[in-house]
Design a protein around this ligand. Structure first.
Ligand code: HPA
Length: 278
């Protein structure tokens, strides 16, 4: 059964094949304010996402909609610059459609990055957190509705969403590069408000180390399709109530820019080993 959910995914995947040829092993999704990583791509080819069929277009500043094919450390990679979010009014299946198309095209490993508020006091703004697990607190799932059993299971196992082998690789490279990479649990919320201080205390009690408004639906959709997932949060602020200051989207984008240098350095060295099957 090819339901309405999959038709646009397949058409988008075919367009990627027509426009870019063979799929790279790895796709990288860049979160808020992390777009400058694109400048490091060698042999870059760019497609504006409004030229692609069925691509949901973002309505948020700092989420320019384009995809780039290029090489980082001689490793081909598809870079998705900007994503859409549930809080913009998109349905879960629209939020994950670009990633589903990339995986249907042939991508095997997805690296999801985001901007996040630090809850764990050891996470300083400007730093990176490797996501080792998540709390999906959006109240939604990209798998709600009919399942196409040829694509993935009805009840996927989520016990190793953030591939432990790839996490080890990244931690090893971070140590070698002297890039500080903490590990932690990412809580994905609907947004678009930042949290109340009481919510941040609740999230802390639940075991969350960082909080944001993306990533979890994409991680679920990618796992359902059998792709390997890596997640990295750029900590842009201390979550609400942990520091006196009010939270502001422009500050979040500025702090993202600080973390992007470390992120670029780390991904550049690690990319070849993330593509190889373990
Ligand atoms: N909360 C939710 N999302 C965010 C935050 C935050 O503090 N910072 C960046 N994205």
């Amino acid at each position: 059964m090819t339901s309405d959910i999959w038709k646009p995914v397949d058409q988008l995947a075919e367009t990627l094949q027509d426009r870019l040829g063979h799929a790279p092993e790895i796709a990288l999704v860049l979160g808020s304010g992390l777009g400058t990583l694109v400048d490091a791509l060698v042999g870059r080819r760019t497609i504006e996402t409004d030229k692609l069929p069925h691509w949901p277009s973002s309505t948020v500043d700092g989420h320019a909609g384009s995809i780039h094919w290029g090489q980082l450390n001689e490793t081909p990679v598809l870079v998705q610059q900007g994503r859409v979010h549930l809080y913009e009014g998109y349905r879960p299946q629209e939020v994950v459609r670009p990633l589903r198309a990339a995986i249907t095209w042939g991508v095997k490993t997805v690296i999801l990055t985001n901007a996040a508020g630090g809850i764990n006091p050891t996470l300083d703004p400007g730093g990176l957190m490797l996501i080792v697990d998540h709390l999906n607190l959006t109240g939604a799932s990209p798998l709600q509705g009919p399942n196409d059993d040829r694509r993935g299971p009805r009840f996927p196992d989520l016990s190793n969403v953030y591939d432990s082998g790839l996490c080890e690789q990244l931690l090893m490279w971070a140590a070698r590069m002297d890039v500080q990479l903490n590990t932690g649990i990412y809580a994905g919320l609907l947004g678009p408000t930042y949290e109340t201080p009481a919510e941040v205390r609740m999230l802390s009690t639940m075991g969350a180390d960082a909080v944001g408004m993306s990533t979890v639906l994409e991680a679920i959709a990618a796992t359902h399709l059998g792709a390997r997932v890596v997640g990295i949060s750029c900590i842009t602020n201390r979550a609400a109530g942990l520091e006196g200051a009010k939270l502001d989207h422009e500050d979040v984008q500025r702090a993202g820019a600080q973390a992007v240098d470390d992120l670029t350095a780390l991904l550049t060295v690690a990319l070849p080993s993330l593509g190889a099957a373990s």
